[in-house]
Design a protein around this ligand. Structure first.
Ligand code: FNR
Length: 180
C-alpha cells in the first residue's frame, strides 16, 4: 500500500538549505512513498485572541488536514541560536490547537536538518524532542541526519547537490518509510 509523508521545512528563505533538503528527500523517496511538501509560509503568528474569536486560520487548518491524511511527518529544521526557529515552532504550535492534539498523537515523526555550521542542527533537533513528546508524537529514532557545512553541499538555490549526502538522505527516508 502506498504511503504519504507530509514534509515541512522550517525556513521561509527562498534559497533555504532546509527547503532544499526537503525537496531532495521528496525526490529520493522510495517507490510506494510520496513526500508531500507542505508550507508554513502563510501561517500567522499565534494569537490566542484570534483563536478564541475566529478559530484556527485557514492555512493552519490546511496543514492539519494534510497531517491528518499523512502516514508520517518529516520535519526539516534549521537551527537558530542553538534552538528551533520561531517560525517553525509557531507553525507547529498552531497545528497543535483544536483537533491538532489528536492529529499529532501517535503520528510517526522524523526530524532532520541542515546548517552551514559544523554541527548541522544537532541542537535544534534535540530541542524538538520535548515538543514532540508533549504532542505524543511517535518519534522515529532509527536514523539521524545532520547536514553540516550545507553551503558546500548545495547550489545557490539551496538544492542538495552532494552525492554522498543524497545517499545518506535516501537511506534515512527509506528507513523512515519502511517503518510506516
Ligand atoms: C542562525 N544560524 C545558526 N546555525 C547553526 O548551526 N546554529 C545556530 O545556532 C545558528 N543560529 C542562527 C540564528 C539566527 C537568528 C539565524 C538567522 C541563523 C545559521 C543558520 O543555520 C543559517 O542561516 C541557515 O541557512 C538557516 O537555514 P535555511 O534558511 O538555509 O534553511
Amino acid at each position: 500500500m502506498s504511503k504519504t509523508i507530509l514534509g515541512l521545512a522550517g525556513s521561509l528563505r527562498q534559497a533555504s538549505f532546509n527547503a532544499g533538503l526537503l525537496r531532495a528527500a521528496a525526490e529520493l523517496a522510495p517507490q510506494g512513498t510520496r513526500i508531500q511538501i507542505g508550507s508554513i509560509r502563510e501561517v500567522p503568528l499565534y494569537d490566542g485572541d484570534v483563536e478564541a474569536e475566529s478559530g484556527l486560520p485557514q492555512p493552519v487548518r490546511a496543514l492539519q488536514a494534510q497531517l491528518a491524511a499523512a502516514d508520517g511527518l518529516l520535519m526539516v529544521t534549521p537551527e537558530y541560536n542553538n534552538g528551533v526557529p520561531g517560525v517553525f515552532k509557531n507553525a507547529i504550535d498552531w497545528m497543535s490547537r483544536g483537533e491538532g492534539a489528536a492529529i499529532f498523537a501517535g503520528k510517526p515523526v522524523a526530524v532532520i536538518g541542515a546548517s552551514p555550521s559544523g554541527f548541522g542542527t544537532t541542537l535544534a533537533q534535540t530541542h524538538w524532542l520535548p515538543v514532540l513528546r508533549t504532542l505524543k508524537a511517535a518519534l522515529w529514532t532509527d536514523g539521524r541526519l545532520m547536514v553540516s557545512r550545507a553551503q558546500s553541499l548545495c547550489d545557490d538555490q539551496g538544492n542538495l547537490t552532494d552525492d554522498k549526502t543524497r545517499a545518506l538522505l535516501r537511506k534515512f527516508v527509506e528507513g523512515f518509510a519502511a517503518s510506516l
